[in-house]
Write a protein that binds this ligand. Structure first.
Ligand code: HEM
Length: 548
């Protein structure tokens, strides 16, 4: 032994070295048999357990990776839109989507799905099956009904109790929620009480997003569930309520599926119906798109996935659009000259006796669209975009490769207030978009403004929001008609009366207004059409409070 070591090292061993070698030799059989046992056990381990262990390992690795905040617009745009030189740079860090978190990332929606075949199938189903302009046309009647309910609701609040504050934001949100739930579950099938219950659960979910964050990025979910048992139970209860409400409606769509043909009788194609018809690829390999080739094995979506996808559709479809509408009306209250100008533009384009501002007119309203774009620039309703650098991406910034696993955060509001891109970036100045939006081109225009590197309210690149067209349609349609129906004014009296354009820092993800918006609404038109005699009938003022 002494000889051997001495020969290898070409010098004699000390007593200590020899003792260490003796111990190692004693342990060697033990180490070898342990290694053999681990190898045998690993071979016998079911693939699902192996995948869990790999996910755990990558979770731990991810948790240790750096976070980069991108605050300069040109860099943000370059990274999001051009991506990387090799991969797609289209993955998000493990998402905060509640359905994904609560299911231990078994159920994904579009937002949470890793970039790959499942994500592609889900996203393309949404864009072609529901959000395509030819499909959106089917919902015109539902939009009209939602608008009429909203206008009637605002008027009723005036009649019900003069002087009592009315929650206009609540009215806006329920109108948008009602419309989106019709798109989700189909026309006429959903009871009004169920719609209200679903809207309430959605509110609970939004207010619990900070609790979701507690569990979103932890490597040891089981331990965190024990430590934060209260929070976990609350989230699980919300999810149970969603299941109780959505699953009977999903089953109803399933039963009707055999009977209806959406396209033949003009019935709107519900989102759930498209999901029931959808086949998604079986994920063969881990987290992301590693197959690179054709997937042949396909499966239907499970009930748990359907619940998560409905929750995503209802949440994204409602919160962003109704928040945008509230920011717009609040800004128009602060700029009465702009509000009048928008109204004059509408009046010039729409017959005085017309019951409503029709959707076909929206594209011609340059100033109206300029107001929408400016409000989305100043108050993008989603606060952040997120990406994660994957192994296959080669994201280079300033000549340096950004390490794999880096989480990149894009603060959308700060980016759109970049002083190098905009004059007076903190001011509400729709004039800056004046002349850009006539001819029904606002969607395209928004994208080209983004291409000029100035704003990203819908994010950018392959994971950009897939619903820009429907969002601009819903916002434009409701806004045009709300401006035509009422004069929106600052509420009087009390220190909490005035409009404050501050965001609510306590809400995660969505950009809501901090203080419920109070407004005096002066009805300008008779229900069913025609202007009231005095458009400035101050007696008809309605104190209105909006909140979320
Ligand atoms: C004012 C309205 C809206 C705004 C400002 C908005 C904004 C955004 C933003 C910033 C993102 C992240 C993009 C990125 O990471 O690059 C996003 C993603 C998404 N939005 Fe919207 N959104 C709006 C309305 C909607 C509506 C109405 C729906 C559905 C009906 C929707 C569905 C989605 C989905 C599914 C994603 C995930 C896309 C993916 O990962 O591929 N959004 N949205």
């Amino acid at each position: 032994m002494q000889y051997l070591v001495a020969r290898m090292q070409l010098r004699p061993c000390t007593g200590l070295q020899e003792a260490v070698m003796q111990v190692l030799l004693q342990l060697l059989p033990l180490v070898l048999s342990a290694a053999a046992a681990i190898l045998i056990a690993w071979r016998a381990t079911p693939p699902v357990v192996k995948a869990r262990l790999a996910a755990l390992q990558s979770g731990i690795a991810r948790a240790r990776k750096p976070i980069m905040l991108v605050t300069d617009f040109a860099t943000a745009h370059h990274l999001l839109v051009r991506g990387s030189s090799a991969g797609s740079f289209s993955n998000r860090p493990p998402s905060m989507a509640p359905s994904a978190v609560l299911s231990g990332r078994r159920y994904h929606n579009i937002n949470s799905a890793p970039y790959g075949q499942l994500w592609r199938a889900l996203r393309s189903n949404l864009t072609s099956g529901v959000l395509h302009p030819t499909r959106l046309r089917h919902y015109a009647a539902a939009r009209r009904r939602a608008l009429h309910r909203l206008a009637a609701d605002l008027r009723e609040q005036q009649l019900a109790d003069d002087g009592v504050e009315a929650l206009a934001a609540e009215s806006i949100r329920s109108a948008v929620f009602g419309l989106v739930s019709t798109m989700c579950f189909g026309d006429g099938g959903v009871d009004a009480a169920v719609v209200r219950a679903m809207a309430d659960v959605q509110t609970e979910l939004v207010l619990s997003l900070s609790a979701v964050r507690t569990f979103a990025f932890v490597p040891f979910l089981a331990v965190s569930k024990l430590v934060y048992r209260g929070r976990w139970n609350k989230l699980a209860a919300i999810r149970r309520k969603q299941e109780e409400l959505y699953l009977p409606l999903i089953d109803g769509c399933r039963r009707r599926r055999g009977r209806d043909d959406d396209d033949s009788d003009g019935t709107p194609p519900s989102y759930v119906r498209t999901l029931l018809d959808l086949r998604v690829p079986v994920e063969l390999d881990g987290d992301h798109d590693s197959s690179g080739g054709e997937q042949t094995q396909q499966r239907r979506l499970e009930d748990g996935e359907l619940v998560g996808l409905c929750s995503e559709f209802l949440g994204s479809g409602t919160e962003s659009v109704s928040a945008a509408l509230q920011w717009i009306m609040a800004n128009l209250i602060k700029r009465p000259d702009m509000q009048d100008a928008v109204r004059r533009e509408i009046d010039a384009a729409v017959d005085a006796d017309a019951e409503e501002v029709g959707e076909e007119v929206l594209g011609k309203l340059d100033l109206l669209n300029a107001v929408i774009l400016e409000a989305l620039r100043l108050h993008p309703t989603i606060k952040f975009g997120f990406r994660e650098v994957m192994q296959e991406d080669q994201v280079v910034h300033d000549g340096h490769r950004i390490p794999v696993g880096t989480k990149m955060v894009f603060p959308l509001e700060a980016l759109a207030r970049d002083k190098t891109a905009w004059d007076e970036p903190d001011e509400f100045m729709p004039e800056r978009f004046h002349g850009c939006c006539a001819g029904g081109e606002s969607t395209k225009k928004l994208l080209s403004v983004a291409a000029e590197m100035k704003m990203l309210p819908f994010g950018g690149g392959r994971r950009m929001c897939p619903a820009i067209g429907v969002s601009l349609l819903h916002i434009g349609y409701f806004m045009a008609n709300l401006v035509r129906e009422f004069e929106w004014r600052e509420a009087e009296g009390g220190e909490h009366a005035g409009v404050q354009l501050h965001p609510d820092a306590t809400v995660e993800m969505f950009n809501f207004m901090e203080r419920p918006l109070r407004a005096r609404l002066v009805p300008l038109r008779r229900p069913g059409g025609g202007y009231v005699k005095s458009q400035v009938g101050r007696d008809e003022a309605l104190d209105c409070q909006t909140g979320h």
